[in-house]
Design a protein. Structure first.
Length: 428
């Protein structure tokens, strides 16, 4: 009887211990369930995330006037421009350029034209006067020759010496007439050349004045086509506006984008650029419309890096074409671009925060083993922003600790097969 009571007491004690153990385990699991993560099994996406800015794939450039270089003007300021985003029609006013330098050149051209006009008029008068004098000289010589001819005819009965004298005077007058005729012809050709030179100078001055006048009209810029006005960005990313300078090598004031086909221009750091290739798919979000989910494709990757305006790092320009057509898309909207560089099939992955390192070659995680934790060595592979691929060391039924427990060195280290085991520092 005594033995039966003793057995009953022992049985009740075992049941009590088991119950307390179960309750402790249950409560422990309840308090720690939020710091454990499961090993994910399935496809693993490797991506690079960047921010970008929308721009139209095609656009019409609104440029400053042609011909600035021909009048030795190489830079000019914008004095007025309509607000960005204004919808304009063909021929609508866009902007005005500073006319001061061109106005001075136009004034000089006007003075030159008046000077050459005066010179041309004076040359005309001189030509008329000199040709009249040459013609009068020639006519006088003709009259003198006729007089000598009459005198020669009437000297038929004069002594031979007299006839000879009259003949000499006739010959001298004839030569003088011939010389007058040649002089007239030479003078005429000379004066014609002077008139042509004066006329050419006047024509050049007039053309220069007319060209400057026509150019001045182009300093008021109008829309070549209809569309939404977008300011041109300079090399440093700043938008052109009132006070900005355009030049003969970069004359664009603004653009009229074709909103039917949009792209996102983004910059990838030199560490990640080796992963980016043309034709990779891209998931695109908009800061202005967080609910919109767009898709895209990488269409170009720069071969040469450039200095980032935000820091000292090197970045490479990447252009992503947006697949969807959406009337809400506008140039300069900020985009989030998740470029999918690879997809791994049927792999295990765990959160990055669960991975710890010991030295340069050993990676491990804290894994639940029954009611306790152990450190377990793993071999990792590719990573993305939040997860890492586990090549060896875990199964999909494991649960990993997402944070570092107190005294992490005190937990047993379980090495991979074939590697030396690291004992618990407490000897357990």
């Amino acid at each position: 009887m005594l033995k039966q009571k003793k057995k009953l007491v022992i049985l009740l004690a075992c049941i009590t211990v088991a119950a307390f153990s179960f309750l402790w385990a249950f409560n422990g699991d309840k308090t720690e369930k939020n710091i454990y993560g499961e090993v994910h099994s399935g496809d693993f996406e490797i991506s690079v995330f960047t921010t970008g800015e929308l721009e139209a794939k095609n656009s019409i450039q609104i440029n400053g006037p042609d011909g600035l270089r021909s009048v030795n003007i190489f830079q000019i300021k914008i004095t007025d421009i309509i607000p960005e985003g204004t919808v304009v029609k063909k021929g609508d006013y866009i902007a005005s350029l500073d006319k001061a330098e061109l106005g001075n050149k136009l004034k000089d051209a006007s003075n030159d034209m008046q000077k050459y006009q005066s010179q041309y008029t004076q040359t005309q008068l001189d030509t008329a006067l000199q040709l009249r004098q040459a013609r009068d000289e020639m006519v006088n010589q003709e009259f003198a020759l006729k007089e000598k001819q009459i005198a020669l005819e009437q000297s038929a009965y004069e002594p031979p010496a007299t006839i000879r004298q009259i003949q000499l005077e006739f010959d001298r007058t004839s030569r003088a007439l011939e010389q007058a005729r040649k002089n007239y012809e030479l003078k005429r050709n000379q004066l014609i050349a002077k008139m042509e030179e004066a006329g050419a100078s006047l024509s050049q001055a007039r053309n220069s004045y007319d060209r400057l006048t026509e150019l001045l009209q182009k300093f008021t810029i109008t829309a070549p086509e209809g569309g939404m006005l977008i300011y041109q960005r300079e090399w440093n990313g700043k938008k052109r506006g009132v006070g900005s300078t355009i030049g003969v090598w970069d004359p664009t004031v603004a653009t009229l984008p074709d909103l039917s086909v949009m792209s996102s221009k983004t910059y990838v750091n030199e560490v990640d650029i080796r992963k980016i290739k043309v034709s990779q798919p891209v998931m695109v979000t908009l800061d202005a419309y967080p609910e919109k989910k767009l898709t895209g494709i990488v269409t170009s990757v720069a071969n040469v890096g450039e200095q980032s305006p935000k820091n000292d790092s090197k970045v490479f320009e990447v252009v992503v074409r947006i697949n969807e057509k959406d009337t809400t898309l506008r140039p300069a909207m900020t985009t989030g671009n998740r470029i999918v560089v690879d997809r791994l099939k049927n792999v295990l992955s765990i959160p990055l925060e669960s991975i710890h390192n010991q030295g340069d070659s050993l990676s491990y995680v804290f894994v639940r083993q029954g009611l306790s934790l152990i450190r377990k060595e793993i071999i990792t592979g590719e990573t993305n922003e939040n997860f890492a691929v586990v090549k060896s060391g875990l199964s999909k039924t494991d649960q990993v600790y997402l944070s570092t427990p107190p005294k992490p060195e005190s937990y047993e280290m379980k090495r991979l097969p074939g590697k030396k085991q690291t004992p618990n520092k407490q000897g357990s």
